[in-house]
Ligand binder design. Sequence first.
Ligand code: HEM
Length: 501
Amino acid sequence: MLEGIFESSTSVSLFGLFVALLVFFHFFISIFSSQERREPPGPRPLPLFGNLFQLNLKRLSQNLYDLSKTYGPVFQVSFGPKKVVVLAGHKIVKQALVNQAEQFASREITKAFYYINKEHGIILANGDSWKEMKHFARTTLKDFGMGRKTSEEIIIEESVNLIKEFEQFQGEAFDNSVALTYATSNVISALMFGKRFEYTDPFIKQMVERNQETIHLMGSASVQIYNMLPLIGPLLKDWRDLKEKIDTTLNDSRTIIADLKETLNPEVCRCFVDAFLLHKKRLEDSGISNSHYHDENLLHSVNDLFGAGTDTTATTLMWSLLYMVKFPQIQDRVQEDLSRVIGSRQVRMEDRKNLPYVDAVIHETQRFANVAHIISRTTTKNVTLEGYVIKEGTTVLPLPVSVLFDENEWESPYIFNPSHFLDKEGKFIKRDAFFAFSAGRRACLGESLAKMELFLIFASLLQHFRFTPSPGVSEDELDLKPVEGLIFTPKVQKLCAVLRH
Ligand code: HEM
């Protein structure tokens, strides 16, 4: 009897154990899968307005970085009804953009972007056309040098002109932003069109001013409103102005491209436009007439390279000179090294390896200035990150500030410290969290050109001039806070360029 009871109680307890295990596994799996389905956390949004009233749109990237301290490295905010996922910190940004590169490779084409590019070109395009255009631009820019003037020669010629321009101020204080932008614009112009413009040419003046206004207008509230309600576009003055500027810029480029087409000679490739037209012709000659190599892709690729390559590089140079004035001991060290290694001859790219401190100062400038402070991507499929699901087609903002100032990566993130890029022996070291050109499939295609420009122009200027504040202004009074916009630019503060020799 006892045995019977014992037997039956054993089977009951075994059954109980089995049920308990089932319940446990079910519970565990459901927790796990609900974790998997979890949306990223974030501040509670209001209906229709989302988090608009809680966000500081004027200091958006810093504001989002601050929010990441509360909500973690993956969180979401709502811009009106639209949810946007923010990624903060080197670890998570790398996990997304590099380890899941394909899933984060897309750009969101807003109504305003569509008006501008119609999904042609490179920056605001996706899919096969984007891949082909990016690949073509990268390889063509790399090829410069074979039979043509090399990029290095083009940049050296421009730095010589820049030095002449700075000399004209004879040590008096002036705003260097104009000449620096003409210089970087001329580098792109020489590569794209095979010609540079004198700094007195009204064409370059108008073009540079228009591009800067375009960048400013692109960041205006009107563009956001147009994106949400395109039908009221004609009522928005900023949007009307922006359209007019974009149309003028495109028409100018069309005229130059038409001239190059007329004088095209298959034996001589003068520039990027020629390379594109010749490639197109080769495809057509071999019977391929419906390729991505059409007029609209040419026009918008050229414009994208101007748009992405001019102000970013010029602004970085403006910061570099401002930092040299703000931190004169660092300028001393740069000039000592330049005098010792180069003397008075022309500086060249091959000198960079012998100038690790100069190289480190340039990298630290890029880190500290965080020029391209806002980048945005869209997910190409559902993605899981830190256990959160981000749905296909979601706009994602990986925050450059959170990588370039990541306290887990940099020894002294909030101090301008070139040693971040030097080892104990003073040799230059690459840093994984150097994110100035972004990472992954959408990373900057002009990185090597930009690095060449930054090195050659910065070194040439520092070789020739001592940079100082305007008379009566102390180094402490120089303001390092950026002007907010699509890119971070320094406030206009006149500096003196005093000849060294
Ligand atoms: C110091 C100068 C520069 C900086 C800081 C910079 C930075 C960047 C950044 C952060 C991106 C965004 C990548 C992303 O979405 O993740 C980008 C994209 C791009 N950059 Fe640059 N850039 C510079 C110079 C240049 C130059 C000189 C060129 C061209 C000659 C150029 C061409 C482009 C293009 C075409 C893209 C779009 C790539 C794509 O959508 O696939 N950039 N750049």
